[in-house]
Design a protein around this ligand. Structure first.
Ligand code: NAD
Length: 496
């Protein structure tokens, strides 16, 4: 019997007002129903926003370190329940257990970082240009935060948003992806157990078009933090922009790894296998392009083809599995469509290129790790986000061409270069136009205390993680204190 889950609104667990539900199935075995969830709509969102608005006054006035202690307790509970959460996540979205443990760990790291940040919500003091006057800035919460998340990091991404939002004194209406609602519900349960009061955190399950749109368009929601596809991000930005809402967007990507002729090839191979096929290629930072120097192209392609063909597909709960399923039927169909596009564009299919259906794999959404060689810059498989285990390999003549090819996309999240030449490494740090660059490491591996986000169409300039996200969740208030006992006029009474 599948577990039945609920929304959490105004301090109560409840069904959708309509009574409707949806199922969530295991992508490694579609016969297994992981849970049944409320299919909510705008009316449920209305109740959630009104609760969040009412709870805001008390929450914003609570001393920030007291809020921080709740986040610390959240980290402690997550630590104690790490294995159970990771197993549920693997059943819900397919990635292998070592990776789902890492996803939970990222949430734990984010909790402890957020807890300490509540003692560091610094403002500034600055000298005044006038005598007997002081200038101070403070940071205050913004209000109600609408938080909309994707399925590929079902724990880490919600924590990147919810923890700093709460730490800063905002209340939250949270809509997780409908492919990963169980992990999201566990996160909310843990925050409540850690002491977050009624109304401060509200969870509304359901689809993007009804629940997501209602959150984005609600006049009492002050800011939106969204991670997901570029198409949805654009829609959200234009809708929220009409009401002049603050919006943070983390969107699609086309990350690349460069391997120069002086690289340690074994190391670069480990990097690209992990970058391209970890999480079945469904990470925002996944390596979807490999840019190879011509001098190492043939050798590296042989090494890559052999290793990629040897990766073992299967249920992520099994220790023998290297690569789990993709998230759902639609995703697998899209991946296969891109493989056909690549073949028609004239790229050479080296490995994979088809669904995997043998034995137990027949019950899940599996796709063979796929490598295309002889990919030309500008091909659709080189430019468009596929979001699956498909790697496009491009041959270049030198470092300048490698950087040019890497930069020539509309996205700019992550990048990597393998080289032993320190001068090249520093030029890469300067000239590659992405929010994150790894030197001698794969395109994946962000740490919770560093800012995370991309340039160009990967987002709209905000960052998650680290200290920068705290700016997004706070308003700056400047206070001038004049203790001169007379009218003093800035820019008029003093001229230098
Ligand atoms: P998606 O855009 O389909 O959905 C993301 C969330 O938005 C879900 O909760 C969905 O229900 C909701 N949504 C859908 N339509 C909506 C609407 N009209 N209004 C409001 N909300 C709506 O993305 P996905 O398939 O869940 O995730 C994969 C995408 O996320 C990929 O493009 C990937 O690159 C991107 N991603 C980016 C980052 C990053 O940090 N840049 C991180 C992870 C994932």
């Amino acid at each position: 019997m599948a577990e039945k889950y609920q929304n959490y609104i105004n301090g109560e667990w409840c069904d959708a007002g309509s009574g409707e539900t949806f199922e969530n199935r295991n992508p490694a075995n579609w016969n297994e129903v992981v849970g049944i969830f409320p299919k909510s709509d705008g009316k449920d969102v209305e109740r959630a926003v009104s609760a969040a608005r009412k709870a805001w006054d008390a929450w914003r006035l609570m001393p920030a370190p007291e809020r921080g202690m709740m986040l610390k307790r959240t980290g402690d509970i997550m630590t104690a329940r790490k294995e159970e959460l990771a197993r549920l996540m693997t059943r819900e979205m397919g990635k292998v257990l070592t990776e789902t443990r890492g996803d939970v760990q990222e949430g734990i790291d984010t909790a402890y970082y957020a807890a300490t940040e509540t003692r560091r919500l610094f403002g500034h003091t600055a000298p005044s240009e006038l005598a007997n006057k002081m200038n101070i800035s403070f940071r205050f919460p913004v209000g109600v935060a609408g938080i909309i998340t994707p399925w590929n990091f079902p724990m880490a991404i919600p924590t990147w948003k919810i923890f700093p939002a709460l730490a800063c004194g905002n209340t939250v209406v949270f809509k997780p992806a409908s492919d990963t609602p169980a992990t999201a519900t566990k996160l909310v349960e843990i925050l409540l157990e850690a002491g977050v009061p009624a109304g401060v955190l509200n969870l509304v399950h359901g689809g993007g078009s009804k629940v997501g749109t209602a959150i984005v368009e609600h006049p009492q929601v002050d800011l939106i933090s969204f991670t997901g596809s570029s198409a949805v991000g654009r829609t959200i930005n234009s809708r929220a922009g009409r009401d002049l809402k603050r919006v943070s967007l983390e969107l699609g990507d086309k990350n690349a790894q460069i391997v120069m002729d002086d690289a340690n090839l074994e190391l670069a191979l480990d990097g690209v296998l992990w970058g391209a096929f970890g999480t079945t290629g469904q990470r925002c930072t996944a390596t979807s392009r490999l840019i190879l120097h011509e001098k190492v192209y043939d050798k590296f392609m042989d090494m890559l083809a052999e290793s990629a063909a040897g990766l073992r597909l299967g249920d992520g709960l099994k220790s023998t599995t290297d690569v789990g399923p993709v998230i759902n039927e639609g995703a697998r169909a899209k991946i296969h469509e891109y493989v056909e596009i690549g073949k028609n564009e004239g790229a050479r299919l080296v490995v994979g290129g088809e669904p995997a259906n043998d034995g137990d794999l027949a019950k899940g959404w599996f796709y063979k790790p796929t490598v295309f060689g002889e990919v030309q810059p500008g091909m659709r498989i080189e430019q468009e986000e596929i979001f699956g285990p498909v790697l496009s390999v491009i041959k270049v003549n030198d470092f300048d061409e490698a950087v040019r090819v890497l930069n020539d996309t509309e996205y700019g999240l992550s990048s990597s270069i393998y080289t032993q030449d320190v001068n090249r490494a520093f030029r890469a740090m300067r000239d590659i136009q992405t929010g994150i660059t790894y030197i001698n490491g794969p395109t994946i591996g962000a740490e919770a205390h560093m800012p995370f986000g991309g340039t160009k169409h990967t987002g709209n300039g905000h960052r998650e993680g680290g200290w920068e996200v705290y700016d997004f969740y706070t308003e700056t208030k400047v206070v001038y204190v004049d203790f001169s006992g007379k009218l003093q006029r800035a820019q008029i009474d003093v001229e230098y």
